[in-house]
Design a protein around this ligand. Structure first.
Ligand SMILES: [Zn+2]
Length: 593
């Protein structure tokens, strides 16, 4: 690790950095726990050690320091992770070091694309304020968006021009980078090459899409043109090195604090719904941008909450999108409630027409997903005929099977039987089976270890020179009598730690299973082991080792007697006498420590 990385690591607090991504709760004197962002789980097995500055997941075995966490969650390499952490702490960056030219080029391009988006956002904002923006200002006023709201969400306007933005940005980047930004289009030429670039967004209201850190990475553009030439009503940026539609949740950057505070997220369909609801004070709102949820979006959200209230448009498309999102969220262990608003209104219109109190009341009245789905089944397959009931049930069964908890499945199945009026024993059995069956989550747990092994691990992980003596004792004992320690489950970790010198304990133990054991020992640590404690641990290991050897000798002696092998018998008996003597010495009263 470079000096720079080392100094960043010393200044950063892993708890604070990880809390920027997931919710953590204090779980002990020195550690915090939360839901692991790297595997699916319902109860927290992810721990962060505040003093030793590492994290470890007992579920999936992931562990490491602040850089490996940031690297893994942001999907970047080590140098980039160091930079991200440094930036969070305002530590000035040295000249960049990259592991490969491709990585350097990729990072340079992403930085440039962010810069282009920032400039484009400011330029669109400027256009909205200018004379050409009048038509857009009028549209936004008509949708109830205040000047403060426009400013907060950095809404802008792209004028009716093919080269306005191009002229503004062309001095900032080469042609290739401008093309990669997704802000421009071009026509394919007769020879198959791409023609000159021109502004992709024209005569549209521009809504910036930000990443989780609040940097603009794309736009949603709403046309103000009518007629054939208008193109689609909403147009999104294409996929770019910065932006992938299924991996962004609109407004998560602004909403995440409130989501954690209220312990749920309000999920709406459109950006306008989201902005409107947010500006009226309900700040834990995010939008999917008109698509069903993706797994990546679920993973993003899980870092902040496991409860979602879904409020999609009441039309058929909205109901279908809601249903798909519910299915995915359920499978991922979320608790879901569904709001359907009166009079077929979408959230934006509802809150504008009826006010924030009425909307809050509607949120409080959100229905459990089972109630919502049963109601939907009854609407889709009305009537009391057996055929309709079977159809309704077939619609519900997959939803029931998806629920992670047996209790919820039982309740869902029971409610469905009652509300659909299912009295057939066969159909009831079918529901019952759905409640029983479900894939099981088997979470891998670290193997168990004894208290003595924990003490040895903790002693070898000592980093404070003031406590070095305890560490030295273990290193010496292992060097002198490795055979005493070999049968221990944590032996590979002990060996690695004994030779670590000044390196970080969690770094030198490379085997995941061994590292899990070390993490467990350190996470349960209440204090650094004292010399006396370490001495007794070593003695106990020695005793166990001698007793094991004694047992082996007894077996060997019996075997030699049976065979009549007197030479062997004499040798083994001699060894056993020595062993007995050694054990007697050990068992003598210990000196008071
Ligand atoms: Zn995990």
């Amino acid at each position: 690790m470079s000096d720079f990385a080392q100094s960043v690591k010393q200044q950063a607090d892993i708890v604070k950095v990880i809390e920027g991504y997931i919710r953590l709760r204090k779980a002990g004197a020195q550690n915090y726990s939360g839901l692991c962002p790297f595997h699916k789980e319902k109860s927290p097995s992810f721990s962060v050690h505040a003093v030793r500055q590492f994290y470890h997941c007992f579920g999936c075995g992931e562990s490491g320091d602040v850089f490996s966490f940031v690297g893994k969650i942001e999907k970047v390499g080590f140098p980039e992770a160091v930079r991200i952490v440094a930036q969070k702490y305002g530590i000035p960056l040295p000249k960049r070091e990259f592991s490969s030219p491709e990585e350097a080029a990729g990072a340079r391009q992403r930085a440039k694309l962010l810069e282009l988006h920032e400039t484009a956002t400011a330029w669109f904002e400027e256009q909205l304020r200018g004379p050409e923006g009048a038509v857009a200002r009028e549209y936004l006023a008509g949708r109830g968006l205040s000047p403060e709201g426009i400013k907060a969400f950095r809404v802008g306007y792209s004028p009716d021009s093919f080269n306005g933005l191009r002229d503004r940005l062309s001095g900032m980047a080469d042609n290739e980078t401008l093309r990669a930004s997704g802000l421009f289009s071009s026509k394919e030429q007769g020879d198959g090459s791409q023609g000159p670039i021109y502004d992709r967004f024209r005569k549209r209201v521009m809504f910036p899409i930000a990443n989780e850190s609040g940097r603009v990475i794309a736009f949603t553009a709403r046309t103000l043109d009518t007629g054939e030439k208008a193109g689609p009503k909403y147009m999104n940026s294409p996929e770019t090195p910065l932006y992938s539609k299924g991996q962004v949740l609109f407004n998560l950057d602004k909403a995440k604090a409130a989501i954690r505070k209220f312990e749920f997220a309000l999920l709406v369909e459109g950006q306008m719904d989201c902005i409107s609801v947010f500006l009226r004070g309900i700040q834990n709102v995010i939008a999917t941008s008109g698509t069903a949820f993706t797994e990546q979006q679920v993973a993003l959200l899980r870092r902040h909450t496991s409860q979602v209230v879904v409020n999609f448009d009441p039309d058929a498309a909205g109901a279908n999108a809601a249903e798909k999102s519910i299915a995915l969220l359920t499978e991922e262990g979320f608790t879901i409630k569904i709001v359907t608003l009166d009079d077929g209104l979408d959230p934006d219109r509802y809150i504008r027409e009826k006010g924030v109190e009425a909307y809050t009341a509607a949120l409080r009245g959100a229905r459990r997903q089972s109630d919502y789905l049963i109601e939907r089944a009854r609407q889709m397959f009305p009537g009391a005929s057996a055929e309709q009931k079977v159809k309704a049930m077939n619609y519900l069964l997959p939803h029931i099977r998806r629920m992670p908890q047996k209790l919820s499945r039982d309740q869902f199945a029971g409610d469905a039987a009652q509300k659909l009026g299912i009295d057939s024993a066969v159909l009831r059995e079918e529901l019952h089976q759905a409640a029983l069956r479900r894939r099981d989550h088997v979470e891998t747990r670290a193997a168990t270890m004894s208290e003595v092994e924990r003490v040895l691990l903790r002693a070898l992980a000592i980093t404070d020179p003031a406590d070095e003596e305890a560490r030295r004792l273990v290193i010496e004992a292992i060097a002198k009598q490795p055979a005493w320690f070999e049968h221990l489950g944590v032996f590979p970790a002990l060996q690695a730690l004994a030779g670590r010198e000044a390196r970080d304990p969690m770094e030198v133990v490379e085997d995941p299973a061994q590292r899990a054991l070390l993490a467990e020992a350190l996470l349960q640590e209440t204090k650094v082991p004292e010399e006396g404690e370490v001495q007794s641990a070593i003695q106990e290991i020695q005793e166990r080792s001698l007793e094991n050897r004694q047992r082996d000798l007894r077996v060997g002696i019996a075997e030699a007697e049976r065979r009549g092998d007197f030479a062997e018998l004499a040798l083994l008996t001699q060894q056993k006498l020595e062993m007995d003597r050694a054990l007697r010495q050990l068992h003598q009263p210990r000196k008071p420590v």
